[in-house]
Design a protein around this ligand. Structure first.
Ligand code: NAD
Length: 262
């Protein structure tokens, strides 16, 4: 399969370059990045020269190389535009960039159907994180009270993480009751109790040294139950990305969340 990576100069993009080029059935035919344009995608990924020079023109690269799949790990500010361009070029999508909203997904579904392309979009490609979300959904059926703490490196732009939002959505799907009567709280520092999604508090921590981590803490009478996942480095996401690339031919339309294809 011919692959183009958008955001190939970023932390995740370089990891995807290493992962894709290690697979015999995948062929890296193009790489796009605004900051690293002009450089060899292999050189900046520590592989030595691959002869794939990074371009800053996504549409031109897709038209020139004709890939089956574009992988996008860029930024929440540009990912929708990138996806639109790929769909207009008739290219299927594997997207890991976070910050994509429910409204965005509806728009992509419509556009993908009109263009006859498919997409796998996942806020987290790490298997353990996907299992954490599944188990959180299950536990949410039994525990009424839950809060999410997500911890990421200090360069992450969006907050809360896509994984935290998805986790809250999944817990709310598995719940029998949604309206939890809340104690009136005096927030002495505004926002100190965290943000809220589906009635679930989310707390975002950003620190150097972290990669991607999350705790889902359930509280009940005389007990707590904690699910925790740690991505210790970015290789943790690569088996999921490679699996999504290979599975795209078997899916229908747009799939949101790796849990739907494992
Ligand atoms: P990064 O800042 O290191 O890399 C982003 C790259 O995208 C940069 O090199 C930048 O130059 C490039 N870029 C920006 N706009 C572009 C455009 N219009 N066209 C082409 N390239 C463009 O960020 P990162 O750590 O690699 O993360 C990228 C995204 O992936 C973030 O949204 C992050 O939250 C997400 N992420 C997802 C997962 C997952 O499993 N789904 C895991 C880790 C990170």
């Amino acid at each position: 399969m011919k692959i183009v990576i958008c955001g190939a100069g970023g932390n995740m993009g370089k990891e995807v370059v290493r992962a894709v080029t290690a697979e015999g059935d995948l062929d890296l035919v193009g790489a796009v990045d605004l900051v690293e344009a002009g450089k060899d995608a292999g050189e900046i990924s520590g592989l030595g020269s691959l002869g794939t020079i990074i371009k800053d023109d996504l549409r031109g690269t897709l038209e020139e190389t004709g890939p089956e799949v574009m992988v996008d790990f860029t930024s929440p500010f540009v990912v929708m535009k990138n996806m639109e361009v790929a769909m207009e070029c008739g290219v299927d999508l594997v997207v890991g960039t976070t910050g994509i909203t429910e409204g965005d997904i509806a728009f992509i579904q419509e556009k993908a159907a009109a263009r006859g392309v498919k997409a796998i979009i996942a806020p987290n490609f790490a298997l353990g994180a996907v299992l954490m979300m599944k188990f959180a959904r299950e536990a949410g059926r039994y525990f009424q009270d839950v809060e999410i703490i997500e911890l990421h490196h200090d360069q992450k732009i969006d907050a809360p993480s896509g994984t935290a939002i998805k986790t809250a959505e999944m817990i709310s799907l598995g719940r029998e009751y949604k309206d939890i009567p809340e104690l009136q709280v005096l927030e002495k520092i505004p926002g100190v109790r965290g943000g809220e999604k589906e009635g679930i508090k989310i707390h975002s921590i950003r620190l150097p040294g972290l990669v991607a981590h999350q705790e889902v803490i359930f509280g009940g009478l005389g007990q707590t139950f904690t699910l925790r996942h740690d991505s210790l480095n970015r290789t943790s996401f690569m088996p999921g990305v490679i699996m999504a690339i290979r599975k795209i031919k078997d899916i229908q339309g747009v799939v949101y969340g790796l849990e739907n294809i494992i």
